[in-house]
Design a protein around this ligand. Structure first.
Ligand code: GRF
Length: 197
């Protein structure tokens, strides 16, 4: 017989900004029953005390912790503090949702971690991926969910979706179509991973 803990997929979500992906994941997956067990968003954490997503988490009734990276002079020290904050929740999966810090092995070797990136990886890695994708001569753009390793936006791809570019579309409109795609793709990719296990 398995215990309740074994039958729960506990997700930790990390974000730095608006938290719209965090909200989409909570709305789609929190308390969702799967054949392998219920999904629980057990912790939500930001490195940015001014993140807009803090108010979203509060509105959704999910407690949000802040670990301010500016309190640490070394990346590893920040990653250790983050690890210690998350560890008691014993997450089965850590979800990076607009988390704008590069994580060291102190973190990535401790937790199974995935990320979403607003381009068709391996194209346009890094913090300006969405702008570079918009400015490129390509006729398609898209979104990628991938495993996190030590290489920036370099882990194995889990799910990817492309959209056609619309001639004359301005950056704000393009960005909002990419975000809408992210909000659908990320919960689907998380379900895919949980159901494979
Ligand atoms: C998303 O476009 C994500 O792909 C990128 O940062 C953005 C975060 O948006 N890494 P939000 O905070 O989820 O609204």
């Amino acid at each position: 017989m398995t215990s309740d803990t074994e039958n729960t997929h506990r997700l930790a979500i990390l974000f730095s900004g608006e938290g719209s992906n965090m909200e989409a994941i909570i709305q789609a997956l929190h308390q969702k029953p799967l054949s392998s067990g219920q999904i629980i968003i057990s912790s939500v954490i930001t490195n940015n005390p001014n993140a807009g997503g803090i108010a979203r988490a509060k509105r959704l009734g999910v407690p949000c912790h802040v670990v301010d990276h500016r309190s640490f002079s070394q990346r590893e020290a920040f990653d250790l503090a983050l690890t210690e904050m998350i560890a008691p929740y014993d997450p089965t999966l850590v979800i990076l949702a607009g988390f704008m810090r590069i994580l060291t092995p102190v973190f990535t070797q401790r937790f199974r971690t995935i990320n979403i990136h607003p381009s068709l990886l391996p194209l346009f890695k890094g913090a300006h991926g969405i702008k570079e994708s918009y400015n490129s001569s390509m006729q398609v753009a898209g979104v990628t969910v991938h495993h996190v390793n030590e290489e920036l936006d370099g882990g194995e791809i889990i799910m990817q979706k492309a959209i056609e570019k619309i001639p004359g579309e301005d950056f704000a409109e393009f960005k909002s179509r990419i975000h809408a795609l992210e909000h659908r793709l990320y919960p689907a990719a998380i379900l895919k991973i949980l159901e494979q296990n």
